[in-house]
Design a protein around this ligand. Structure first.
Ligand code: ADP
Ligand code: MG
Length: 385
């Protein structure tokens, strides 16, 4: 039996574990939180810090292959672990080194003639003070769900920001380096998940259309409402990036499509992605099954989209709090909403505002109807006590 190690025991790791179990593999998790969702799913759970080289070394040696749901592990440590233990890490530390840093990611796009918006690396306080014009300032590493991002409308904002964060804190808390990106006039956001196995075979999921609220993914829709030409261009860019990076596993590429039809790559995630949850119900193979098959060297195929319209919507901690609970969700509303074909709750210890606690998928015959069905269920969930 193959033993697969997963760095990070949150919802992505747990859903990947389900697929791995299905194919007869054993799973062990490593996470810093003793009661992370994955800690209840397998007896093989290590609780440790991300810089604990001894614990991580033992973890690697107990596995046949290691992957991750969490991107902020030190690259030099991962390189050392792989070379010392000879246990493969998929996708490789090289892929992670590029994708975990927005500056490296954007330079990779530039160097490979892939479309990227204008950006300036901000490496010093002086660089920061020189910013002018509108844009978005982001931490180069460590941000997610809009965390570590500041919208800049005028140069005065930089003074406000320095005041808010404080010059010293910027340095001490390693908030530098930053990246300043032009404000892209976004008409649509889409993502494309590609998968590549160690034999070099690449397959592409259909394009997912993503709607964000407060910088957090709110809904994913399938099929995406974009022209076949755009769809093909997006898939081709994602495919080229996957090939150039020699990814073994999954690569999610997030895209902006502008009001005048231009395409920009926003960022990469070398792992299953929130937008890909929809594949569980909508495609012939889910993103998690795909990744599990690659880790276990089982055959893969191009995902086929079922002939319906799908909408995945995240369930944030806000719904739990509105219902008056922090641990359990009342799902009575589901009884009146048969168009909701799946609900997944992640089993996190405590609901907090904006924390991703679960998701659901609705299915209908038209795009308008599936959005309506998702909105109706969400509203009734909020109103349940
Ligand atoms: P995260 O790691 O938090 O997902 P992103 O870079 O994807 O960070 O930014 C989150 C969201 O913020 C994007 O999905 C998009 O809606 C918006 N955003 C990010 N960068 C830009 C930009 N340069 N121009 C316009 N909107 C942006
Ligand atoms: Mg993003």
């Amino acid at each position: 039996m193959k033993k697969v190690g997963i760095l990070g025991a949150g919802q992505l790791g747990c859903m990947l574990a389900e697929s791995l179990f299905k194919f007869g593999a054993e799973v062990s998790f490593y996470d810093t939180q003793p009661n992370a969702p994955g800690s209840h799913r397998t007896p093989h759970f290590t609780c440790g810090e991300w810089n604990d080289s001894n614990k991580l070394h033992s973890f690697f040696t107990s596995c046949d292959v290691v992957t991750y749901e969490f991107e902020n592990v030190s690259i030099s440590l991962l390189d050392t672990l792989v070379s010392q233990t000879k246990v493969p890490l998929y996708p490789s530390a090289h892929v992670l080194a590029i994708t975990q840093n927005r500056i490296h990611e954007k330079n990779f796009l530039l160097n490979n003639s892939l479309p990227v918006c204008q950006f300036t690396p901000i490496l010093t306080l002086d660089d920061l003070k020189k910013i002018n014009g509108k844009g978005i300032l982001k931490t180069a590493t460590g941000g997610y769900d809009g965390k570590g991002q500041w919208k800049i409308n005028n140069p005065g904002n930089i003074q406000d920001l320095l005041h808010k964060i404080g010059e010293q804190e910027l340095n001490e808390n390693n908030i530098l380096p930053l990246i300043f990106e032009e404000l892209v006039p976004i008409a649509k956001e889409v993502s494309c998940i590609t998968a590549r196995n160690k034999h070099g075979q690449i397959v592409c999921f259909p394009i997912f259309e993503n709607i964000h609220k407060d910088h957090i993914l709110y809904q994913t829709l399938l099929p995406a409402d974009i022209s076949p030409v755009l769809e093909q261009q997006v898939q081709e860019i994602a495919r080229q990036a996957t090939e150039k990076l020699e990814v073994v596993g999954l690569l999610t590429t997030e895209f902006f499509i502008t009001v005048d039809g231009k395409i920009f790559v926003n960022e990469f995630a070398p792992r299953p992605h929130n937008s890909g949850h929809i594949s569980h119900a909508a495609c012939s193979i889910s993103q998690f099954d795909m990744h599990a098959r690659i880790l276990l060297d089982l055959p893969i195929h191009t995902p086929v989209l079922h002939d319906k319209f799908y909408c995945m919507e995240n369930i944030l901690g806000d719904v739990y709090i509105k219902q008056g609970h922090t641990k359990n969700l009342n799902l009575n509303a589901w009884k009146n909403n048969p168009d909701v074909v799946d609900v997944r709750l992640y089993g996190k210890d405590k609901a907090e505002e904006k924390r991703k606690m679960g998701h659901f998928i609705a299915m209908q015959k038209t795009r308008t109807d599936v959005i309506k069905a998702a909105e109706k269920f969400k509203k009734e969930l909020y109103e349940s006590k």
